[in-house]
Write a protein that binds this ligand. Structure first.
Ligand code: MF3
Ligand code: CO
Length: 249
């Protein structure tokens, strides 16, 4: 069941997502060689609490941290650790907030120092795929238009989209209907309506789309050990087009 949101609810979801955007912007500034992903996790929690919000992921289905930090071949749900970032790494930072009864959720992937040409292209392609997908989040379009936009752009670049994880509706719950695959067929799927709020999150692998789970039960990694990138925004579908809620104001 898809819950459509009133303007007053969208305003609260925006408030939560602006906090997420501010936390991610602060984390991005701290990413450098020598910083551990656990330090980034601690900082994210400190900042979100200071803003009067709660970390959305901590305790969600037993997730033990506030931040997901996924390095290099880690796709999503990377567990913060004493691992220090090194020059040439890419690190996915996925963060959620809970504020005034509503969830915010967004992710960025950030370079550490100088990264390879392939890594640069992977980050660019994934972020572009997200932008193209958001542009399809319009009244009258279909869910498959969002999915196909991601898949088309990613595969044209010679990369692959992860199939085992999807984007999602968001609001009073972190994960609501509909599921939003990053692959699909234009013109298929449900019709998009004003009041839908969607967390659109392409996960893109440099090589094969196949994944493996680490024994920690959380971290998804690429089966072939190659790089993966992840960008996510929470977006409201309005009569005036898509509105990105997870943006600093
Ligand atoms: N952005 C991810 C998602 O929407 C983060 C969830 S992490 C979890 O699924 F720990 F909360 F599961
Ligand atoms: Co999400």
């Amino acid at each position: 069941m898809i819950v459509l949101k009133q303007q007053s609810e969208i305003d609260k979801i925006r408030a939560s997502n602006v906090i997420v955007a501010e936390v991610l912007a602060a984390l991005r500034e701290e990413v450098r060689e020598g910083v551990t992903t656990r330090q980034l996790d601690c900082l994210s929690e400190e900042l979100v609490l200071k803003k009067g919000a709660k970390p959305a992921f901590k305790g969600y289905r037993g997730y033990p941290f506030s931040l997901c930090a996924s390095v290099n071949d880690e796709i999503i749900h990377g567990l913060p650790s004493e691992r220090a970032l090194v020059d040439g790494d890419i690190v996915g930072l996925d963060f959620g907030a809970f504020y005034m009864g509503y969830y915010g959720d967004a992710a960025i992937t950030v370079p550490v120092g100088r990264i390879s040409q392939e890594a640069v292209r992977l980050l660019q392609t994934t972020e572009e795929a997200l932008a193209l997908a958001i542009d399809e989040a319009r009244v009258g379009n279909r869910l498959g238009d969002i999915s196909a936009a991601v898949q088309g752009h990613v595969e044209a670049a010679g990369f692959s989209v992860v199939r085992d994880f999807v984007g999602h509706g968001i609001g009073r719950n972190l994960h609501e209907d509909p599921q939003i695959p990053n692959y699909g067929v234009r013109g298929r799927g449900i019709k998009l309506k004003a009041g839908m709020v969607l967390a659109i999150e392409p996960m893109v692998n440099a090589g094969s789309h196949r994944i493996k789970m680490r024994p920690d039960g959380w971290t998804a990694v690429t089966a072939d050990g190659r790089l993966s990138a992840h960008f996510e925004h929470t977006v409201a579908i309005t009569e005036n087009g898509p509105e990105i809620l997870s943006r600093r104001q």
